[in-house]
Design a protein around this ligand. Structure first.
Ligand SMILES: C[S@@+](CC[C@H](N)C(=O)[O-])C[C@H]1O[C@@H](n2cnc3c(N)ncnc32)[C@H](O)[C@@H]1O
Length: 249
């Protein structure tokens, strides 16, 4: 049985748990969108879905809030570890699903809420649109979609100028970064990063556009301050972007 890895040496911030597949970290400090998902998960009669759940940062509190939870991730070992952390009396409300966006499939109209936190920035633009379109299909009428993603204003600050220029020029996906070490706000500059092979940082406008294109009504789109994203110098409170959208019907 694999176990949740410790913080890597030199990373002093508590609650930053490395993933096992080179997709960054799960952060145990939760943002307001995630807390709203957990609270809503405890109120909806339908099951909820967490996509890219890692070791269960939201799935486990949602179970504790009384929800039925489908916890999904591309990495099977993350799900094994998540399951090992769930109290025995809640296991009956947990379903695990190994699934990779954008190929993932779930039954249409089945979820009261879906959370996809800090996953979409690993996808190419067309795959983001495909994934959000599928999430809209998987929601039941009245269901809520919560999306959170990295922006260029956090640890990827060397991307800000290109991102803003691309957005002003009307580029659909101005946040695409290949050669990640060129964009990481670290001194001295890091060695080449091979995992993940690229990232596609987003902002509230871009997340909201994908939701609207998928036929959802956007209720909130905002930057999310993450002062706990440590080790990369001063940030400005726009480290993540979040969206809450609803499926009317
Ligand atoms: C940066 S971690 C985020 C974990 C957690 N959701 C959070 O917000 O702290 C990314 C997680 O998403 C998963 N993931 C990355 N790309 C994915 C994809 N295309 N489909 C499904 N899961 C993916 C990874 O395995 C990892 O568990």
């Amino acid at each position: 049985m694999p176990s949740q890895p410790a913080n890597p040496p030199g990373w002093s911030r508590p609650g930053m748990i490395p993933t096992l597949n080179g997709t960054g970290f799960m952060f145990e400090v939760r943002d307001s969108f995630t807390n709203d998902f957990i609270s809503y998960a405890g109120r909806t009669d339908r099951p909820v879905l967490e996509l890219g759940c890692a070791y269960g940062v939201a799935s486990i509190p949602a179970l504790e809030a009384g929800a039925r939870v489908v916890a999904s991730d591309m990495e099977p070992q993350h799900l094994e570890i998540l399951k090992s952390k769930v109290p025995a009396h809640l296991l009956g409300n947990l379903e695990l699903a190994v699934a990779t966006l954008p190929e993932a499939e779930f039954p249409a109209g089945s979820f009261g809420a879906i959370l996809c936190s800090r996953v979409l920035h690993f996808l190419a633009g067309d795959d983001i649109d495909t994934s959000v379109g599928k999430m809209a299909q998987w929601l039941a009428p009245g269901g809520r979609l919560y999306l959170i993603a990295d922006t260029p204003y956090g640890i990827w600050r060397k991307k800000i100028a290109e991102f803003e220029a691309g957005k002003a020029a009307g580029m659909r996906w101005p946040g695409l970064m290949v050669g990640l070490h060129n964009y990481l706000a670290a001194e001295p500059p890091p060695k080449p990063i091979d995992k993940p092979p690229f990232m596609n940082v987003l902002d509230p406008d871009l997340l909201a556009r994908s939701c609207a294109d998928a036929g959802l009504e956007v209720l909130e789109a905002a930057f999310i301050p993450r002062p706990d994203f440590g080790g990369f110098g001063r940030m400005d409170g726009r480290e993540n972007a979040g969206v809450l959208a609803v499926k009317r019907g």
